[in-house]
Write a protein that binds this ligand. Structure first.
Ligand code: PLP
Length: 406
């Protein structure tokens, strides 16, 4: 047999594995070092009481033959799809149908798998830096990828591509830069997609962290997006579901692509067909847990946790700016994108300005872990990503240590 050679074109090391390796080597040499991670993308706060209660109840249901649930609908239980439709869309003035919603086990699966519906010859655009799943999934399929640099010079707003592209991945609020797009900026992309028969794959995994009024929570707030955009949601960061696993994808029935004979085909039934073949649904327990987020108690408790993380972000940004670092993001997202300072105490001039050199310096001097920006793409060189998902006391301690060395 032959392997899929495209896999050989992927970078062999995964960014977080590299970070873990370096941290573990440092720990071995310095077992006494108390290391604080501001690099992880995982959350630290527990599930809220409303979710725990729902999990207990759902578990008890599984204990008797009358209420036991086996295989569920591949698209998700209607109790959850109805809660999503009402709370995330209808109540915000966005009309969507129940069968536009596909419940999944998190946004990673669907942002990675959705490209299966796309022909091999499509040109794919991704922002740079980028959440690596979009790029890697398309490289596995052998597609041509175009990068759209996002830097302080363009205010982290990707410019419309000069060459034609067929598919555009957008993630706002953005991982890793923590920046957002305004209505007008997002409208330009919807407009581009409509004019060029392109598809936007919009990752809204961090929409719950938006604090400002002028930032869209959903691409469907933009007129015309129902004809050209798919939207991915995740409960991972919103409600601490990184271990429970649940999210959903919205595929309006207006979104179409061309088949080989030039006729138009709706993506919604194609995805339904794909899911029914390859996916057996998210667990009943996870879906009951997700439903509980939409209860009045669940909403209050979840927003308290989001507030906790965003207060971390505010403190981090303020402290780092006070000591003279250039910090982007962090206002409407749990990520801060920090420019590597030009004059640091220990960097050699050769390494100066590099993401990995700054990573080493923070690890060695402050025992603080960050994520090197270059791991998210070439435009990430010269930056590091810090996350606001830490515990408050540990985050404060990490900031104190960084202050000490600068
Ligand atoms: N999309 C983005 C931009 C992310 O940062 C992440 C997780 O870090 C995901 C999707 C995946 O989320 P999930 O845990 O729902 O699979």
């Amino acid at each position: 047999m032959r392997i899929n050679d495209n896999f050989l074109n992927l970078s062999s090391n995964y960014l977080f594995a590299d970070v873990a390796k370096k941290v573990s080597a440092y720990k071995t040499e310095h077992p006494e070092a108390d290391i604080i991670s501001l690099g992880i993308g995982d959350v630290t706060q527990p599930l809220c009481p409303a979710v725990i209660e729902a999990l207990h109840k759902a578990t008890d249901e599984m204990a008797t033959a009358n209420s036991f649930r086996g295989y569920g609908p591949e698209q998700g239980y209607s109790f959850l799809r109805e809660a999503i439709r009402k709370n995330d869309f209808l109540d915000c003035g966005i009309p969507i149908d129940l069968d536009d919603i596909f419940v999944n086990d998190g946004a990673k699966s669907d942002t990675g798998n959705f490209q299966e519906l796309l022909g091999k010859n499509n040109t794919i655009a991704v922002t740079d830096p980028v959440y690596p799943v979009y790029t890697d999934a398309n490289m596995m399929a052998g597609r041509h990828i175009v990068c759209l640099p996002c830097t302080p010079e363009n205010n982290f707003v990707p410019e419309l591509p000069r060459q034609h592209v067929d598919v555009i991945y957008l993630c706002y609020p953005n991982n890793p830069t923590g920046t957002t797009l305004t209505y007008k900026e997002l409208w330009q992309w919807v407009n581009y997609a409509l004019r060029n028969e392109a598809l936007i794959l919009y990752d809204a995994a961090y929409e719950a962290f938006i604090q400002s009024d002028n930032i869209p929570h959903s691409i469907y707030e933009i007129p015309g997006a129902r004809e050209c955009a798919i939207e991915f949601h995740s409960y991972s960061k919103t409600a601490g579901f990184t271990g429970i696993r649940c999210g959903y994808t919205v595929i309006p029935k207006e979104v179409v692509g061309r088949s080989a004979d030039g006729s138009r085909a709706k993506l919604n039934p194609l995805w339904n067909r794909r899911q029914c073949t390859k996916f057996n649904g998210t667990s009943y327990l996870s879906q009951r847990a997700a439903e509980a987020i939409y209860t009045p108690e669940g909403m209050v408790q979840t927003s308290a946790t989001i507030h906790y993380y965003m207060e971390n972000a505010r403190m981090m940004k303020q402290t780092l700016q006070t000591i003279g670092l250039q910090v982007y993001g962090g206002d409407d997202a749990p990520y801060l994108w920090v420019r590597v300072p030009s004059l640091t105490p220990t960097l050699s001039s050769k390494a100066e300005g590099s993401s990995w050199a700054f990573f080493d310096e923070l690890l060695h001097q402050a025992h603080v872990v960050c994520t090197p920006g270059v791991g998210f793409g070439p435009s990430g060189e010269g930056f590091v990503r810090l996350t606001a998902f830490g515990q408050r006391e540990r985050t404060i301690e990490a900031l104190e240590r960084i202050k000490q060395i600068y």
